[in-house]
Write a protein that binds this ligand. Sequence first.
Ligand code: HEC
Length: 105
Amino acid sequence: MGRITLITLFCYLTLFAADLFDKKCVPCHQKRGVGLKPIFFNYLLYHSSERRVKRAMKEFLLHPDPKKSLLPKKGKIYRHHFDPKTLDKALDIYWDRYKVIGKIK
Ligand code: HEC
């Protein structure tokens, strides 16, 4: 019984977290035509490991610095407003979503 409760809880948490990425990050990126997939692979090529990719993204999203951006800039840099905890969760999902494709390649 206890185990089932735990599994259910875990599923809910995972669902909730996936929701965060799909609701917060994806729609705006879609609307503005800034693909999250190309961004992911830019970061992956440049930073290579999971830890470094996540760290670089978090650093950038908390403290945007045009010099560190991995996107060609057309004008002012977009400022993301997320707290570090939310970012951690979102970046975990971001990573999990695309790393699989990276492995197949
Ligand atoms: C309201 C719009 C909006 C939301 C919400 C948003 N983004 Fe962005 N994001 C942008 C735009 C616009 C850019 C592109 C270019 C820029 O920095 O000028 C960008 C760029 C990025 C970059 C690349 C930074 C670089 O230049 O190297 C990453 C990584 C990123 N977003 C991740 C996320 C994640 C993760 C979330 C959710 C937690 C998120 N974004 C939510 C609009 C948004």
